[in-house]
Write a protein that binds this ligand. Sequence first.
Ligand code: SAM
Ligand code: SF4
Length: 353
Amino acid sequence: MFGRPTEPAEEGVTPREAQGYLGSPMIDPFQRKVNYLRVSVTDRCDFRCTYCMAENMTFLPRKELLSLDEMYRLCSVFIEKGVTKIRLTGGEPLVRRNIMDLVRALGKRIGSGLEEVTLTTNGSQLSRFAEELFDCGVRRVNVSLDTLDPVKFQQITRSGVMERVMEGITKAQEAGLKIKLNVVALKNVNDAELPQMIRFAHQRGMDLTIIETMPMGDVSEDRTNQYIPLSDVRRSLEQHFSLREQNHTSGGPARYVTVRETGGRLGFITPLTHNFCESCNRIRLTCTGRLYMCLGQDDAADFREMLRSTADDRIVAIAIDDAIRRKPKGHDFVIDRFQKRPAVARHMSVTGG
Ligand code: SAM
Ligand code: SF4
C-alpha cells in the first residue's frame, strides 16, 4: 500500500506521452499557476450543518469512492506536476476509515516537492487524532466552529456536541498543531457573537476566518435567510475593533486584517461580495475521483476509471493537463431571493470548500 507510483510501461506510449508530462507545471489559460490541491476524502460527515447539508442526506455508495491507495497515487501525480500544498477535507475527513494511512503517506512526501499537508475538520474526532496528525507531519489544521453557544452549536450542526470540538482544539494545540477557526457568518444566528468569537480565538493563539455562505447544494432551508454579506459584518466589527489590512496570505482565498485590540489575525473569505478568482491557484478532487477546476462551476474531469484502467502515470498527467486547460476564469455565485435553486447543485461536502 502507498508505494511510489507504478513505473510507466514503455509499450504503447505515444510520442506526446513520452515528452514528460509528469513533470510539467500546471498553468491555466489565464496564466495562473495551480499548486494547491484540496481533496475531499469522503462525502460523509457526523454533522449536518444547516448551510452545508440537508437533514436527510443520501451519501455515495462506498464502491464509488476512490480507495486511499488511488487517492495517494493521484496526489503523487499532482505533486510531480507542481502541487506544493494538499488540504484534506470532506465531508468530515477524520471519519473516513484508515484516513491516517493517507495522511502519513502524504506526510512522507513533505520536503520533496510537497511543502504542506493540512486538514479542514469539524473537530469532532480531533482529540483522538491530534497527536498522530502532528507525528505524520501536519502542522496546521482548520477547525470549523460557528458559535461558542452549545445549544446553538447543536442547532447549527443538527447533531454535534460542542464540548467534543473544544476538547479537540485543546488536544490539537497541546500536540503542537496551529489552529485556524473557520466561522460561516449566519444572519441572526451567529453574527452578534462574532466579536466574542474573535476574542476567544485570539486569546488562545488561533487565527479566525469568517466565510460568506455560498449557494451550494439543496440544504432544505432558504439560504437568503442565512446570507449576510461580509461587508456588513466587517462594518459592524469595526464598531468593536480597529482592523488594519495585512499582506499575509495562507495560500488560500482569505484576505487578512490585524485586530489591534487583540493583536490577532482575522480573515475574510468573500466569494459573493468580493470575487477572489483572479488569483485562484486551487483545484479540487472529490472522493470519487472527479477533479473540479472551480468550486463554483459544474465542469469536472473524471479520473476514477482512468486510474483503474492504466498503471501509466504519464497518461494520468496528460489528462490533468487537459483538465487544467479548462479551468474557468471565475465562478458565477449569486444569492438571489427569487431564484430558489442553489447556484451549484452539488453540496459543499462533495468538493470540501
Ligand atoms: N467537515 C469539515 C469542516 O466542517 O470543517 C470539512 C468540510 S466543510 C464542507 C469545509 C468548510 O466549508 C467548513 O469550514 C464549512 O463551514 C464550509 N462550508 C460548508 N458549506 C458552506 C456553504 N454553503 N457556504 C460557505 N461555507 C460552507
Ligand atoms: Fe459536515 Fe463540515 Fe458540512 Fe458541517 S460543514 S456538515 S461538519 S462537512
